[in-house]
Ligand binder design. Structure first.
Ligand SMILES: [Zn+2]
Ligand SMILES: [Zn+2]
Length: 280
């Protein structure tokens, strides 16, 4: 575990860029949907906002999470410091708790008006591929970092466990946003323990309150437990369209719009307040 921590930033970089390479290759070899005509614009904007937000904050904040974990370790704060558990139990508790915190955060991003405005940058992508997975407003990256820091501190998770949890979430963040054709049986099996592309893409669908379901990041269990799981898109796989109603223009795929739109009053917000029309 100590060796892991000494090379934390290299391991994180391999995980981050390794996932991009693997998923991008799979999207070329086994694509699910044909790429739309806004691909060049989307990729430019999505990567730019990733460089602004994700590279600055998402690389800074895992380190921040590790810093929080190092402080816990040094000063003995946080719940895990008050109990003696086998290492694997501590690791499982850390990964589960941080994933639950991510689920709770994601739910609130859809429920609180000003948070939704920030999170809408992620949902206003008119298409769906691994670059959607890095399309976050820099403010959302800050919120994610702060909530992760708080969760790590309360839990008292050791740095190595926080690193493993971050690696898993980063990798699946790319995988679940991928536009890949996965055999149905493989999706079924994976979906028992992992949020798959077929499951998370429903969360990006425009129709039928689909976006109010499938909030999970790594594990599908929280959605099942709290009744927000949806198995199939309300209009079916073939008719599913991505994005947010009222944000279908080409300008909504441009970087400057993505950055300023939380502060503009052009929203219909019908999608955010829509309740899921069909359960399950
Ligand atoms: Zn969302
Ligand atoms: Zn997403």
């Amino acid at each position: 575990m100590e060796g892991l921590l000494a090379r934390a930033s290299e391991i994180y970089a391999v995980d981050y860029f390794g996932a991009i390479i693997l998923v991008a290759l799979l999207e070329v070899i086994v694509p699910l949907r044909a790429t739309g005509d806004s691909l060049k614009l989307r990729w430019t904007s999505n990567f730019s906002i990733a460089i602004l937000g994700s590279v600055l904050m998402r690389i800074a904040f895992p380190a921040f999470g590790l810093l929080g974990a190092a402080l816990n370790h040094q000063y003995g704060i946080g719940l895990l410091n008050y109990v003696t558990l086998p290492q694997w139990v501590g690791l499982a508790l850390t990964v589960l708790t941080l994933d639950l915190a991510a689920y709770g955060q994601h739910y609130l991003l859809h429920r609180v008006d000003w948070l939704w405005r920030i999170h809408r940058t992620h949902h206003s992508d008119s298409d769906y591929d691994f670059t959607t997975g890095v399309r976050f407003h820099p403010f959302e990256a800050i919120i994610t970092g702060a909530i992760g820091f708080a969760a790590v501190t309360v839990l008292g998770a050791p740095p190595a466990f926080v690193l493993i949890s971050t690696l898993l979430e980063t990798f699946n963040g790319f995988l679940e946003h991928s536009n890949i054709r996965m055999p149905r049986t493989l999706d079924r099996v994976l979906r028992l323990t992992l949020v798959t592309p077929a499951m998370h893409s429903i969360h990006h669908s425009k129709a039928g309150g689909d976006s109010q379901t499938n909030f999970g990041a790594i594990f599908p269990w929280w959605d099942r437990l709290f009744g927000t799981y949806r198995d199939q898109p309300s209009v079916g796989q073939d008719a599913m369209a991505f994005g947010v109603d009222g944000f279908e223009g080409r300008q909504h795929q441009k970087l400057h719009w993505m950055l300023v739109h939380p502060f503009l009053n052009e929203a219909t917000d019908a999608e955010r307040t829509a309740e899921p029309s069909v359960n399950g």
